[in-house]
Design a protein around this ligand. Structure first.
Ligand SMILES: [Zn+2]
Length: 327
């Protein structure tokens, strides 16, 4: 039985006109979740977003939300945004408490300490960093965050960039071809944390066979790091045809990411992106893997030129990783 942390407050953050990040995403996700055996739990509202974000950034969000002003050209607010974002952090906290999945909006992985992180042009629809909240709240040690959203989780990586206790493995579409334009394999963390920040790239049109190459590498790093907690920034926009990206992952990949968690007794997952089919098919497969339900999914193959580009990236990535991990 999977615990889903959810409240209708997550639908109140809504755009004035059309925006791809909108409340209908929740309905899509629920249509997948309702095919599984789940129990629902309510989130709490947190009152200390400053354990992650600067006072100035928190005030900026509160003020913009009150005035219903956009934070930037990608990221809107309305009068419910500030409160929804506090509940989204509380959703991640409740998911941590219950080994569950936080079905939250607004998303969070692009939100860094002061908002935009590592030179990103915008906040990329994110308000507060949800996946980071339980870690900071409980001062957790030895947490492995796996971010398989198709975009680089720049906010999360920035928050923990010099923290050796937090392993952050981010698998994303080649940032030369997609927002936020950063997240290359040579970004490895700083000071004592060198090697604990890992960026693995998928070229456009890459499919399940490429993700499949990464799973044993991630597994080997986890075996080395021995996390006490495994956390997911679970984005489903890498699903084939989801709309915002050009990577072609399918159920096979999302299921594999979910299965990775089964060795660990403490785990949680937080929704990031995913806009269309990914939120239905990708999310269902991920939760099946996360709940250790046996499934068989078809594996899709990338074409030869995409695969060979990926293999070039991978050999560069492995050269870096070998300095820190037994892979
Ligand atoms: Zn995304």
């Amino acid at each position: 039985m999977i615990t889903i942390v959810y409240d209708d407050i997550y639908k109140y953050h809504a755009p004035k006109g059309y925006h791809v990040e909108n409340p209908s995403r929740i309905d899509k996700a629920l249509s997948a979740i309702n095919q599984l055996k789940v129990k629902f739990k309510k989130p709490i509202k947190v009152d200390d977003p400053q354990i992650i974000h600067s006072e100035d950034y928190v005030k900026l969000v509160e003020k913009h939300s009150k005035l219903e002003e956009n934070l930037d050209e990608d990221t809107y607010t309305n009068r419910y945004t500030y409160e929804s974002a506090l509940y989204a952090m509380g959703g991640a906290l409740e998911a941590f408490e219950t080994n569950g999945f936080a079905l939250v909006r607004p998303p969070g992985h692009h939100a860094g300490v002061n908002g935009r992180a590592f030179g990103a042009p915008t906040l990329g629809f994110c308000i507060f960093n949800n996946v980071a909240y339980p870690i900071k709240k409980y001062k957790l040690k030895r947490v492995a965050i796996i971010d398989f959203d198709v975009h680089y989780g720049n906010g999360t990586q920035e928050i923990f960039y010099d923290d050796p206790d937090i392993l952050h493995i981010d698998v994303h579409q080649d940032p030369r071809t997609i927002y936020p334009g950063n997240g290359f394999p040579d970004m490895i963390g700083e000071k004592d944390a060198e090697g604990t920040k890992i960026n693995l790239l998928i070229p456009p049109l890459g499919s399940d066979d490429l993700y499949e190459e990464l799973i044993p590498i991630i597994q080997a790093i986890l075996d080395d790091f021995k996390p006490a907690v495994i956390a997911y920034s679970a984005g489903f926009d890498s699903y084939m045809g989801d709309g915002l990206a050009s990577v072609n992952a399918t159920e096979y990949t999302f299921y594999s990411f979910g299965v990775l968690s089964n060795k660990f007794t403490k785990k949680y997952a937080v929704l990031e992106g995913g806009y269309d089919k990914g939120l239905i098919k990708g999310l269902k497969a991920f939760l099946e893997g996360f709940a250790n339900i046996k499934m068989e999914y078809k594996k899709y193959q990338s074409n030869d030129s995409v695969r060979s580009r990926f293999m070039n990236y991978l050999s560069e990535e492995k050269n870096i990783l070998r300095n820190y991990w037994s892979i």
